[in-house]
Each structure stands twice: as structure tokens, then as C-alpha cells.
Design a binder for this molecule. Sequence first.
Ligand code: OGA
Ligand code: MN
Length: 314
Amino acid sequence: MPLDIQPLNPGFVGPGFVGPGFVGPGFVGEVSGIDLTQPLTAGQVAAIEAGMDRHAVLVFHDQHFDDETQLAFSRNFGELEISSGGEMSRPEDRRLKIEMADISNLDQFGRLRAPDDARRLIALGNQLWHSDASFRAVPAKYSMLSARVIPERGGNTEFADMRAAYDALDAATKAEIEPLVTEHSNAYSRELLGVRPEDYGAENRDKLRPVRQRLVRIHPVTGRKSLYLSAHIGTIVGWPMPEARAFIRDLAEHATQPQFVHAHVWRPWDLVIWDNRTTMHRARRYNDRGEVRDLHRTTIRGDGPTAEQVPIAA
Ligand code: OGA
Ligand code: MN
């Protein structure tokens, strides 16, 4: 059976689109006709990449990955990123390999994490709208999330289309944001949850140094512009911080209105791939003290920085 992609949601019709009645392809596509645990042909890899460019999020069901097959599949799409949770944890505290982001509520012994476990508190950051690894100078391209165990209730993942959100801005706002550069750090998103820098340990300080990103990105293949927003943003270069935060919050509220959002309801063995360059996402709440939710994420590194970085003082 050949690979088939069906849009799961209608495209947004907005002021950025030409002509009445125009409906875009929808930004979430449901894919069938492929077993991703088997080696892929170059044609299949190209078809998935084309689907990612056309949509931005792809959903595949019944993909029975283990970590090795997920890693092998992911390497078709570029260089893997080491997960920040992995980097900032001690080897003996890790449940998964360092290339696998542990998106679960389990500790290294496979038990539910204790309520005050630092990893549990950091994982709560995923409930804020974000783009993965936007706090790195070279941020993430694709994230690939494989569902192994799903709770009975809650724990959906929501996605927001930052191309449609950009298109729907008025011309004056588009012109205003075009040259802007933002500063991103994991410390800013954690601060929103009340986690303080001194809570991470001195060895992780350099990983929290803010990096610069363009606020408006251009997709390298489609040429479409998108808003590059994330909970990791702490300020806009050259702006007073409170003014920057108020404006970024306003843009994020705009960009996450229902017409730009799709909620994915997980089934075990779903694989969802999203393009971090053109979308934001967030986890929704579930009973993480009583139910297991276990997903494994691989992440593909982006092609390069989106803005010039500030040289690090010696
Ligand atoms: C992620 C993430 C959301 C979720 O894996 O990067 O933000 O629903 N996950 O677990
Ligand atoms: Mn994420």
C-alpha cells in the first residue's frame, strides 16, 4: 500500500490567504500505508519530508517502535540532538539513552516519580506552549514522539500552526516584528513555573545562557513565514524586559487561538512528528501521580542558527 496522507483538520481561512473560500491543506496530516519500524527507501523518506513541509505535524498509528528502531528511523531525517533533560541529568538517574528524551512520569527504576522529584517539576514545563530546544543556538527541526503507555484520562498534546498565526497578523504588526530578535533560555520557561536558577546546580549554568532567535522565521523549503514563539523567550533584544514580555504574551495568545490549534488524542504506538520551526506545542494535564504516561522522543537538529549569537565573554 502506498503512503497516504489525509488532513485531520481544515486549513485556516484568514486575511493572509487569497480569495474567498480558500482552504489550506490543514496543518496536521494522518499518514497510513507505511511501517516506520522497517528500513525506509529514499522515496519514502522524501514523501514524509514533503508531507511535513505541506502540513507541519504528521500522525502515524500502530508504529511498534523500540528505542533502537526509533533511533534508526529518526536518523533518516538528520543529525540527532542530545536531549536537554539527558544532558542535565546524572547518568545513574537516566531511564533512557541520552539521545532519547524521556517524556514520561517514571524514574530510572520504572516507578512513578515522587511528587517533589526535580524531573517531574521540569517535565511540567512541557505544559507551557513552546518549540523544542528554542533555547539552543541551533534549535530543533523535527521532534518525533512515540507513545508507549497512555493514561486513561488527559495527557493530550496540542499543536498550534505558527504559519497561519503569522498570516493572520495585520500588516503593521508584521512590519513591526520582522526585524525583531528574541532571547530564549530554559531558565525563562522554568521561571514561569517558579523554578529558580539556583535549583539546577552550578554545572548547568552555561546551558541556561540565553540564545538569540529571529521572531519571524522563513521555512527553508516552502518560503513561508512563521512566528517563532516559545515559553523559553525572556526578552526582545533592545527592549525593556517588561515591555517585551507583555508583547510576546500578546503574540502567543493570538497564535494559540482555537482556529490555529489541533489536539492530538494519543493511542499507544502512535508516532507524531512535528516541525518545531513552524509550530508550538504543549502537553495537557493528566494524573501523573496515579497513572503512567510514557512517551519517547527523538529530536532532529536544525540546519543552523536563526540569528547571530552574542559572543561569550571570556
Ligand atoms: C515534547 C513535549 C508534550 C507531551 O515531547 O517535546 O513537549 O504531550 N511533549 O508530552
Ligand atoms: Mn516539547
